[in-house]
Design a protein around this ligand. Structure first.
Ligand code: MG
Ligand code: ZN
Length: 367
């Protein structure tokens, strides 16, 4: 019986090895040079599924050959917030809710972005929240509590970030300590644009680029944010891909979470559709370029969202979806992970959120 099973396994492996295309599809054939990590904050399976019912065309999610699930529990509670969630991804350490780039003992831990820069890669961060908000902050800063957004901003000029785009201008210019951080960013080599997502005639790797386009969060899609997220993603790729050593880019659809907190299905759906556009930009780049690992996931689910059948006078209508919510907060469900490119296969299975850090390193051949 055992030997029989072994024979089947060998046959499958040999057939696989003979089929180069199969190996390529799962990214088992080489190491990644670049990593694009896209985080849909609060995007559980129902939120991602909404793109299939309310979006236009086949969602980018469908283009991933490898799917996994991660467990989100932080160190101190059962349900995570975005700070502990992003810190698990960025440092490989599970931590307590509100922790930014620090472990459970508030010790600063090196992030994948910092490691990438040290190895000579270029780095970028994009968010539709303030750039100092929990998710992006966990990649470049280290503070015990997420609400220290002015302290987080003060760490950006010295952080090894080469491109950033998002909101949060007021944490740089209207501070309690009266400092203006814009000159400090410029001294650190940044060209900072606070009025529009204008692309320079030519991106130069000798320069760094920052866009701070709202006082705090960027406008909602429903309030005219337009193509900020997919366009900033494309701009970052145009710039970062000039680096022969590779790059690390994190892109966050920050407001899927905010729609969930508001139990506002339309808000969630518009933000998911926008996030999916950024996913497509990343995939299009990776497909052409060939050496890029694309990972899409969320930190946690928000709202306990469900794609329920509409109910009219106690009658369920299975032909009409009316999303419902079970909480104004986050939920504990496992979270999908989508992977494409070299190292994608590493993301199959069920694992802890902080394993995503090591899996990205493994994909890059750093581990
Ligand atoms: Mg976030
Ligand atoms: Zn939240």
């Amino acid at each position: 019986m055992r030997i029989y099973r072994l024979a089947i396994l060998l046959a499958v492996l040999l057939a696989g090895a003979g089929c180069n295309k199969n190996l390529q599809q799962f990214g088992a054939h080489k190491k990644a040079q670049n990593v694009i990590l896209l985080i849909g904050d609060g995007m559980g399976l129902a939120q991602a599924s909404s793109a299939y019912y309310f979006g236009e065309g086949e969602p980018g999610f469908s283009r991933f050959p490898v799917i996994g699930l991660h467990k989100t529990k932080p160190t101190d509670e059962l349900i995570t917030d975005s700070a502990a969630g992003a810190t698990a991804f960025s440092t490989g350490y599970k931590s307590y809710n509100a922790a930014i780039g620090v472990d459970g003992d508030t010790v600063a831990r090196e992030t994948i972005l910092e490691m990438a820069a040290k190895k000579g890669l270029s780095t970028g961060l994009i968010a539709t929240s303030s750039i100092t908000h929990a998710t992006p902050a966990s990649f470049f800063s280290h503070v015990p509590f997420r609400d220290q957004e002015e302290d987080i901003a003060a760490q950006l000029p010295k952080a090894p970030v080469h491109f950033f785009a998002g909101g949060g201008l007021r944490f740089f210019t209207k501070r309690e300590d009266k400092r203006n951080l814009l000159p400090e960013l410029e001294k650190a080599g940044f060209t900072v644009d606070t009025s529009s997502l204008a692309q320079p005639a030519r991106f130069s790797l000798a320069q760094k680029y920052g866009y701070l386009l709202a006082a705090e969060g960027m406008p909602k899609m429903q309030e005219g944010r337009g193509d900020f997220l997919p366009r900033a993603t494309q701009m970052a790729l145009d710039y970062l891909s000039q680096d022969k050593d590779g790059f690390f880019l994190m892109v966050e659809g920050s407001q899927i979470d905010w729609g969930g907190h508001n139990n506002d299905a339309d808000y969630v759906i518009e933000e998911v559709k926008d996030f999916d556009k950024a996913v497509r930009v990343a995939l299009d780049f990776a497909q052409k370029q060939g050496n890029t690992l694309v990972v899409v996931t969320a930190d946690h689910e928000t709202g306990g969202m469900s794609l329920s059948a509409a109910e009219v006078r106690m009658q369920r209508n299975y032909n009409h979806i009316k999303p419902t919510f079970s909480t104004g907060g986050h939920s504990a469900s496992l979270i999908p992970v989508y992977a494409y490119g070299p190292g994608a296969w590493i993301f199959a299975g069920i694992y802890e959120n902080n394993d995503i850090f090591g899996k990205m390193l493994q994909g890059l051949g750093w581990k």
